[in-house]
Design a protein around this ligand. Structure first.
Ligand code: ADP
Length: 595
């Protein structure tokens, strides 16, 4: 089968499916564009990730600095107090162990205990008094303070001795502590004994100080002092300082502009919490939380830290989001740019392609034009020459008086002029082929085919060809009437002209039917002489005629048909064998396509 559409031959009898969807913008981008966009996206995400990490790391460092500074300050402060207590012990020892209440007062004032050591409640002396020396001790104390009492009574004082607070400075606020026996309560007594046994500073577990009206947790801080005898250092008692946890830490916290909350536990007992500190706003989901345990003078304190809302606010930054936003913007702009470039590229390629096609068409048209000029003049001249020759013969026969010969010659002249007329008509049709009115109109196919049959009636009858028509259209067929008519005329006249002389039943059948996508198919089939395989390719060429054709023709009929089909946006194909030929023309239904 041979087909011809838009000047190209293709092996298809099906109409082209209408192009429904253009290529989507993203599928038309080059892989390089995608690489750049994905790369830039990855850089953006990496930048965002890095800044987030850096900000988190900065926050973590700040938090750790804050917690470790807090711990250092607590330890530092306690060390200062320890030093003060050791200095007190050294003072007592330098006085040979016997310091009077006045001397202690004098000492405490000199070192400015409350002023220089914020958080401390005072500094005092606890004497260890074995039971047998208790009366002497009491008498000695009452010499200057007649109302001095050791309290409260302790059951086993006779075994463990007495551990009374002999003096404390400043006295104001500490009166209740004077005479308090450390042995009356295990926590105090345990720390006092440990101090004596180890010779090192110790603190008690959490206690409520007698001085603290608010009854908050506090502790006592002990260091031992000794009296030097000839053979050894004899334990004399303890220098001590009472602390209220809250006051001690107020001093520490005041120096720290922190946004980390802290809770301190001794064993499992909460001894300090800044929960009620209005400046620190609790973060329901703290950014950082941590714990630290410190050995504190024979106790172990556990510190629980967590960052507060202000901390979250201080360390949070919108930088990563800006990076994301800026990166996203750049990527979007890149994408838009690439889409624009690709579109411009595609348009340029399309234009170049169209230009190339136009050039080819122009070259072909040029070729055709020169061929046309040559063939037209040749084909016009040859019948004219024949006519002139015949006219000369007529003159000679008239001179000889042979009227029969003259009649015969006149008949031949008539045939030649008919051929000439047909050629001129075909040439005229060809010249007008591109200048038809392109108006679409509904075509009454049955009527048009009947008209064509009618116009060819003489030759149809002469050749004894039977005509058949089958029109199976459900709706209107919109096309250009003159072109359809010329297509039908040429194909039907060829089928009649090239009918097989020896066929008993010669026929030409025109079939019109509907295809998919609103296309219409016109088939013109005959049982004529057929077209040899080697000629099929060229049947649609200008001036081409099959060599053995006995019939006269211009060689322009099928060329003209093809031109019309192309102008209508359709395609034509041919199937032929010695049993006959079938030309198939597929055309878009103008109305259906418009709709
Ligand atoms: P022509 O004017 O010679 O008929 P066409 O362009 O119409 O020129 O046809 C080209 C050639 O194709 C014809 O010369 C003829 O040999 C061949 N041809 C066309 N149609 C048929 C057909 N239906 N049966 C056999 N041969 C055909």
């Amino acid at each position: 089968m041979i087909s011809s559409d838009n000047d190209t031959a293709a092996e298809s009898s099906e109409p082209a499916r209408p192009r429904s969807a253009e290529r989507t913008w993203y599928s038309s981008l080059h892989w390089m564009h995608w690489m750049i966009i994905v790369g830039s996206l990855m850089v953006t995400l990496y930048g965002w990730y890095l800044t987030t990490e850096q900000i988190e790391e900065k926050g973590r460092l700040r938090y750790e600095r804050s917690t470790s500074r807090f711990l250092n300050l607590v330890v530092e402060r306690l060390q200062r107090y320890e030093d003060a207590l050791w200095a007190g012990a050294a003072h007592v020892e330098s006085m040979g162990g016997g310091v009077s209440v006045e001397e202690w007062k004098d000492y405490a004032e000199r070192i400015g205990i409350v002023r220089k050591y914020p958080g401390i409640n005072g500094m005092g002396l606890i004497h260890y008094v074995p039971a047998e020396e208790f009366e002497g001790y009491l008498a000695e104390q009452r010499r200057l303070r007649p109302d001095y009492e050791v309290h409260p009574p302790v059951e086993n004082s006779s075994e463990i001795g007495y551990w009374p607070i002999s003096y404390i400075q400043p006295l104001r606020g500490n009166q209740k502590a004077v005479g308090l026996d450390m042995a009356h309560e295990t926590n105090r007594f345990r720390a006092a004994r440990l101090t004596r046994e180890t010779g090192r500073a110790h603190i008690t577990g959490p206690i409520v100080l007698v001085q603290d009206a608010q009854q908050t947790p506090g502790f006592l801080f002990f260091v031992p002092f000794y009296r030097e005898t000839e053979s050894s250092m004899e334990f004399e008692g303890l220098v001590y300082a009472p602390f209220i946890m809250k006051k001690l830490l107020e001093g520490v916290l005041a120096r720290e502009n922190r946004h980390v909350r802290v809770k301190i536990f001794d064993d499992e007992q909460l001894i300090f919490s800044d929960q009620n500190n209005g400046e620190l706003k609790t973060d329901p989901d703290p950014l950082f939380q941590s714990e630290a345990s410190l050995p504190i003078y024979g106790r172990s304190w556990r510190f629980e830290f967590e960052s507060d809302l202000q901390f979250r606010h201080d360390v949070s930054s919108s930088q990563p989001y800006f990076i994301l936003l800026a990166g996203g913007l750049v990527d979007t702009l890149l994408l838009m740019l690439f889409v624009q470039i690709t579109r411009a590229n595609r348009d340029a390629r399309q234009q170049a392609k169209e230009l190339r096609q136009a050039q080819k068409q122009l070259a072909r048209a040029n070729d055709e034009l020169s061929q046309f000029n040559y063939r037209a003049s040749h084909d016009l001249v040859s019948p004219l020459k024949t006519i002139r020759g015949l006219c000369e013969l007529v003159g000679m026969e008239l001179a000889s008086g042979d009227t029969d010969a003259v009649k015969d010659l006149a008949q031949r002249i008539r045939q030649q002029t008919e051929r000439l007329e047909k050629l001129v008509k075909d040439l005229l049709d060809l010249c007008r082929v591109d200048r038809f009115d392109t108006q679409l109109a509904p075509i009454d196919c049955e009527k048009m085919v009947s008209t064509v049959f009618e116009s060819l009636r003489a030759i149809i009858e002469e050749e004894g060809v039977r005509t058949r028509l089958s029109c199976r259209l459900t709706g209107a067929f919109y096309s250009q009437e003159v072109r359809i008519q010329q297509i039908l005329e040429n194909l039907v006249s060829n089928s009649v002209k090239y009918s097989h002389p020896e066929r008993e039943e010669k026929f030409v059948e025109v079939r019109i039917s509907e295809l998919r996508y609103g296309w219409v198919r016109i088939e013109v089939e005959d049982n004529g002489i057929g077209i040899p395989d080697e000629a099929k390719e060229r049947v649609f060429d200008m001036f081409y005629r099959v060599g053995n054709s006995s019939q006269y023709g211009s060689g322009l009929g099928t060329y003209l048909v093809k031109k019309h089909v192309i102008a209508l946006g359709g395609q034509i194909s041919l199937e032929s064998s010695p049993q006959g030929s079938c030309f198939t023309v597929d055309l878009p239904n103008g109305k259906a396509n418009d709709g």
